[in-house]
Design a protein around this ligand. Structure first.
Ligand code: ADP
Ligand code: ZN
Length: 805
């Protein structure tokens, strides 16, 4: 027998090896193996097993790693899709699906030596004094870790072994699991009685999972739901003007009520009880003998969150282990958690991005909480988006996918409109708690002659004073991301933007230039505000950090207990937990923070939220700037009034009438979606199309620039290729691939990205926009590979990028 092996070094090629008879019954598709490669021995994954090979002189596999196949065939298939769609070598994709701690040769269960008393079958011998003392300790405990005993008795293992020689004790190795949460005791919780909105949503999810629901589900014929799935057509243009035959076909059965897409978008305002729905849907999966994966953004993977899941499934007939996968685990802990899943002992997995690859089998349900979060996108190869992978995996394994958010991504909402996802809505907070009242403060009014605007408007200052007096808590939020590099007029709020791309221009201090990263447009830094009605000479680039906010606040409110929480001060693992603990226990009056505090926290005594410069995030040279601002404002505002007292939110902004701010003020997601989509449609930004971002980077500016121009020419050649088959109708649902014509392709750039000072690399970017991304990415992969670039110029391809900087 021979095995085909994908090696860990990226060669975009698989190699055949013979399976030695001794290993025959240990090797299967998915096994991790060590094989000879030239003079070296390297690791790889078996992707196929066959009788014979086209190659001759096969070398034998050296050894198998781990007792079980590590990559299941289903996950292997998923990895292949990732390699294809995200334009990376399959080896790299395969590497991503197994955690390092599981992949490495050294990975193993930790074995520990236990000392145990043996039953006495003869007269107890007379022991030397020292041995007698040790025996007493062992006898008292009956069983003790050897290491612990040695420490306790201040002795050596050799001395303990003497007791073993006498037949009094045994010393045996046993696996001891590293459970990161071993010391916690968790009280079990029972399912809550759902309110009607929750019940309606759960009913639909359960129906899609099969079982108790009323809606008939045609399984296996569900329409293609993948966000990143191979829609495989370059034909879809605008919805309005060209009805997409593919879409129409998909809509019909749905209109007839034959089936609903089995990917759900659960749009529920903060505190509307989404998590309770997740818990009950998971219970349903367990009842069906299936498992579930819950993805949460790393930042909200707090003990609080994990506990809610553990508590529900810690007892009763559905009892199962809940495995947790996140970046703070030690390699050993991660290894053990992963294997608990692989062995089927843990049927629920909760984790950040990479938990989407957890070997849950069979898989019934995938939940992606806060699905709009950008941390689901991996910023190194393979540059996959865990939400999109989740949708794809759900489709491949016939699992139901639930994406949840208070502020869905435009992509997901668009997929609902196109009947790829089923929309579920929870419009109210549980118990009808009111949404907080949001006031927008016009910071242009606070401008003092010749000086920078104050950090705190009189309105916010007054509100803080009142809330301090009432002994209620305040959160102040500063969006630091906003301080990248754009030029904003402090008087009228004008932002210097690109006339071609509608994106904020980037300020290049050294050259005194404003530049658009995507089309390369440049202009000189203006001396006065370009807004005709303003012409303020004070236009400038200024910075503000949480530190400064803290200092000013300390002077204004000397008696308040103030704490700051941002990446600078939260260095240690426990800092975050500690500050939140103090805040929860009322030891802090005002908490200042960045993105870190925007998410998912629940503090009943917080009644005031202040957002310092709300529109800073609008000035990013990124077409999602408005969407991000909307999401952030909505999420931050959601922190107020979670308890019995109604919450109040102050939003300080220089552009108070910007739609992102106004719609957030009214908690109006759909309104925001509709107006934002007009802009996206017009400029063909996602979700009206898909983007691929090609970045070239190197230390020599001219070389990078030249290479980028070369790449652009190659892309032009590639995409002018005429499509072959005539009459190619869009029937991507059957996964038919065909040569695509890229009629709608827009190529922008190359243009310089802002200099990455820290690494002193020059970067040039090319942005591609098309609806036919799966076709394009396949073409790109074949193009990029043989491309002759200078050795010191690196090219990365990012499909569906989230970070455009
Ligand atoms: P979300 O995930 O949408 O922010 P949660 O599921 O965290 O909302 O619910 C917010 C709070 O309301 C939680 O304390 C939760 O226990 C409670 N809750 C959720 N559903 C119900 C219900 N049906 N009845 C009573 N309380 C509920
Ligand atoms: Zn431009």
């Amino acid at each position: 027998m021979i095995a085909r092996v994908s090696l860990e070094i990226a060669l975009r090629k698989e190699f055949d090896y013979s399976i030695p008879p001794a290993l025959a019954d240990k090797i299967d598709v998915g096994s991790r193996v060590q094989v000879p490669f030239g003079p070296r021995k390297i690791l790889g994954v078996v992707t196929a097993v066959a009788e014979e090979s086209g190659q001759t002189n096969l070398k034998p596999i050296v050894k198998v790693i781990g007792a079980q196949t590590l990559v299941t065939p289903k996950v292997l298939k998923l990895a292949r899709w990732i390699g294809e769609y995200y334009c990376c070598a399959p080896e790299i994709a395969l590497k991503a699906v197994l955690p390092e701690a599981v992949r490495s040769e050294a990975a193993a269960w930790r074995e520990r030596l236990y000392v145990r008393v043996l039953p006495a079958n003869r007269e107890f011998p007379k022991l030397p004094k020292r041995q007698q003392e040790i025996w007493n300790l062992i006898e008292e405990r009956r069983e003790i870790l050897l290491a612990e005993l040695v420490a306790l008795a201040e002795t050596t293992a050799a001395t303990v072994r003497k007791l073993e020689d006498r037949g009094l004790i045994e010393i045996a190795a046993e696996i001891s699991e590293r459970d990161p949460h071993a010391r916690e005791t968790i009280l079990a919780t029972q399912p809550l009685a759902l309110n009607p909105a929750q019940a309606g949503a759960l009913e639909k999810i359960k129906a899609a999972m099969g079982g108790t629901g009323v809606t008939p589900v045609v399984s296996g014929v569900a329409p293609e739901t993948g966000v990143g799935a191979s829609v495989g057509t370059g034909k879809i243009t605008s919805d309005k003007t060209h009805p997409d035959p593919d879409l129409a076909r998909r809509q019909i059965p749905q209109a007839r009520g034959l089936f609903h897409p089995r990917t759900f978008l659960l749009h529920g305002v903060t505190g509307s009880g989404k998590t309770e729905i997740y818990l009950q849907a998971i219970a349903h999966a367990l009842e069906q003998g299936k498992g579930a994966i819950v993805l949460v953004p790393e930042i909200s993977l707090t003990p609080q969150t994990v506990e809610r899941f553990k508590a529900r499934f810690s007892s009763g007939k559905l009892q199962t282990l809940v495995a947790v996968l996140h970046s703070h685990l030690s390699a050993g802990e991660r290894h053990d958690e992963w294997h608990k899943i692989r062995q089927g002992r843990a049927r629920i997995v909760i984790g950040a991005r990479s938990a989407i690859f957890a070997p849950v089998e069979p898989l019934g349900l995938i939940i992606v909480d806060e699905e709009h979060e950008h941390t689901y996108k991996q910023e190194e190869a393979p540059r996959y988006h865990a939400r999109d992978v989740a949708v794809m995996r759900g489709q491949m394994e016939n699992a139901v996918v639930v994406l949840g958010s208070a502020t869905p991504s435009l992509e997901s909402f668009y997929n609902c409109k196109r009947c790829k996802f089923t929309l579920l809505e929870l419009p109210q907070r549980v118990d009808d708690k009111k949404m907080p009242h949001v006031r927008v403060v016009d910071m242009r009014q606070t401008k003092r002659d010749g000086k920078a605007p104050p950090i705190f408007s009189p309105q916010l200052k007054e509100a803080i004073t009142q809330h301090l007096e009432r002994k209620e808590q305040t959160i102040l939020f500063l969006n630091r991301r906003g301080y990248s590099s754009s030029l904003v007029c402090e008087k009228c709020g004008h932002v210097c933007g690109c006339p071609n791309c509608s994106l904020a221009l980037t300020y290049h201090r050294a050259e005194q230039l404003l530049r658009c990263h995507f089309c390369g447009y440049t202009e000189l830094v203006p001396q006065v505000c370009p807004n005709e009605k303003c012409k303020n000479p004070g236009i400038r680039y200024s910075g503000l950090g949480t530190q400064k906010v803290e200092d000013v606040l300390g002077k204004l409110f000397p008696h308040a207990r103030i704490r700051r929480m941002d990446a600078d001060v939260m260095k240690r693992k426990n800092d975050y937990r500690e500050v939140l603990g103090d805040f929860r226990h009322g030891k802090i009056d005002i908490l200042i923070g960045t993105q870190m505090i925007a998410k998912g926290l629940h503090f009943p005594n917080v009644t005031l939220v202040g957002i310092i410069y709300a529109d800073l995030a609008l000035h990013q040279p990124d077409f999602r700037a408005g969407e991000r601002t909307f999401q952030l404002l909505t999420q931050v505002a959601g922190r107020a009034g979670r308890g019995d007292v109604e919450g109040e939110v102050f939003v300080q902004a220089f552009t108070p009438f910007h739609p992102a701010i106004q719609y957030a003020r009214r908690h109006d997601f759909v309104g925001f979606y509709e107006q934002e989509m007009e802009f996206r449609e017009q400029l063909k930004y996602p979700p009206a199309s898909r983007v691929a971002l090609l970045t070239l980077k190197g230390r020599n500016e001219d070389k990078v620039k030249f290479s980028a121009e070369h790449v652009r020419r190659e892309i032009e050649k590639l995409t002018k290729m005429e499509s072959a088959a005539p009459g190619q109708t869009a029937d991507g649902a059957q996964g038919v691939t065909r040569p695509a014509s890229f009629k709608d392709l827009i190529i922008s750039g190359p243009a310089p990205a802002p200099l990455l000072r820290a690494e002193s690399f020059y970067r040039f970017q090319i942005m591609l926009r098309t609806r036919a991304m799966s076709a394009l990415s396949r073409e790109l992969a074949t193009m990029v590979e043989p491309l002759a670039l200078p050795e010191d110029v690196m090219l990365t391809v990012d499909i569906d990028p989230v970070d455009l900087s």
